[in-house]
Design a protein around this ligand. Structure first.
Ligand code: PGA
Length: 259
C-alpha cells in the first residue's frame, strides 16, 4: 500500500476544511485511485468531525495531529485518543518535530501515545528525524534509530505491525527547510526499516513514510529512489489540488511498479 497524505497543521477553519474534503471526495468519486494507493488527511481537531461527515464513503483515512495518552481526566486543553476516535480519527500522529520543539514532546511521550493509540485500535503515525546539527555531525542514523527504539518500546513486537512511521529530517521540513535528496534519505530509511524489523521480530511496521519538503517536483523521485511506502506532506497538499496531484504521482508509481 502506498500512503499519500497530509497534515494541515494549524490551518483551516471548519468551513475551509469542509470545502477541501468535499472537493477531495468529489474528485475521487469521479476519478477513482488505483488499488494500492491510500490517501489520508490530518485536519486540526476542531475540523475532524466535519471532515469525517464530508468524506463519508470516500476512501480517505482520517487522522488527528496529536492526542493525549491518558483515557480522560484533569488535563486542561488536551484531547484524548478516545475523543479523536469519536470524532472520526483512525490515525494519530505523534512525535512531529514541531511538537518536540515547541510543546515538549519526547521519545518517552511518543511511546506513551503509541501505546494508548494501539489500545484504542488507532494507527499511531510516529514521526522521527534528526536536526540539522545532528546530521552535520554524522550522527543521523544513530539518532533516528534510537528515536524509533524508544517510541516503540511500550508496544509488543506483534503490535508494531500496526504502526506507521514517518522519517522526517527536521532540516527538510517547512518553509525554512532544505529539500532532501533520495541519496540523503534512503540510507537512514533502510536503517529504520532494519531497526523496526529487529524490534518486531521480523514483522516490520505497517508502513514507512517519508516527509519533509515533499512537493510536486521531488515526489516521484522520492518514491522511486527511497524505500518509502508513501509520503507525508505539509505545505504542498494544503490545497486540495496539491493533494490530488500528489495522489496522481503516487498512482503512476504504483502502476509502474505493477507493470
Ligand atoms: P512540509 O511539512 O511538507 O511543509 O515540509 C512536512 C511535515 O511537517 O510533515
Amino acid at each position: 500500500m502506498l500512503w499519500i497524505g497530509t497534515s494541515w497543521k494549524m490551518n483551516k477553519t471548519i468551513g475551509e476544511s469542509r470545502d477541501y474534503a468535499r472537493r477531495l471526495a468529489a474528485a475521487l468519486a469521479e476519478a477513482p485511485l488505483p488499488q494500492g494507493v491510500q490517501p489520508f488527511i490530518l485536519p486540526p481537531h476542531t475540523s475532524l468531525a466535519a471532515v469525517r461527515d464530508q468524506l463519508a464513503g470516500a476512501p480517505v483515512m482520517l487522522g488527528a495531529q496529536n492526542a493525549h495518552w491518558a483515557k480522560e481526566g484533569a488535563c486542561t486543553g488536551e484531547i484524548s485518543m478516545r475523543m479523536v476516535a469519536d470524532a472520526g480519527a483512525q490515525v494519530v500522529e505523534m512525535g512531529h518535530s514541531e511538537r518536540r520543539e515547541q510543546f515538549g514532546e519526547t521519545d518517552e511521550t511518543v511511546a506513551r501515545r503509541a501505546r494508548a493509540a494501539v489500545d484504542l485500535g488507532l494507527l499511531p503515525l510516529i514521526c522521527v528525524g534528526e536536526p540539522r546539527s545532528v546530521r552535520a555531525a554524522g550522527r543521523a542514523e544513530r539518532f533516528v534509530t534510537e528515536q524509533v527504539r524508544v517510541a516503540l518500546s511500550l508496544l509488543r513486537p506483534d503490535e508494531i505491525g500496526g504502526a506507521l512511521i514517518a522519517y522526517e529530517p527536521v532540516w527538510a521540513i517547512g518553509a525554512r527547510g532544505t529539500p532532501a535528496t533520495p541519496e540523503q534519505v534512503a540510507p537512514v530509511m533502510d536503517l529504520i526499516a532494519e531497526e523496526v524489523r529487529r524490534l518486531s521480530d521480523g514483522g516490520g511496521c505497517h508502513a514507512l513514510l517519508y516527509g519533509g519538503g515533499v512537493d510536486l517536483d521531488n515526489a516521484a523521485l522520492l518514491l522511486r529512489d527511497t524505500p518509502a511506502d508513501g509520503l507525508f506532506v505539509g505545505r504542498a497538499a494544503w490545497g486540495v489540488d496539491g493533494l490530488l496531484q500528489l495522489l496522481a504521482i503516487g498512482s503512476r508509481h504504483v502502476e509502474v511498479a505493477a507493470a
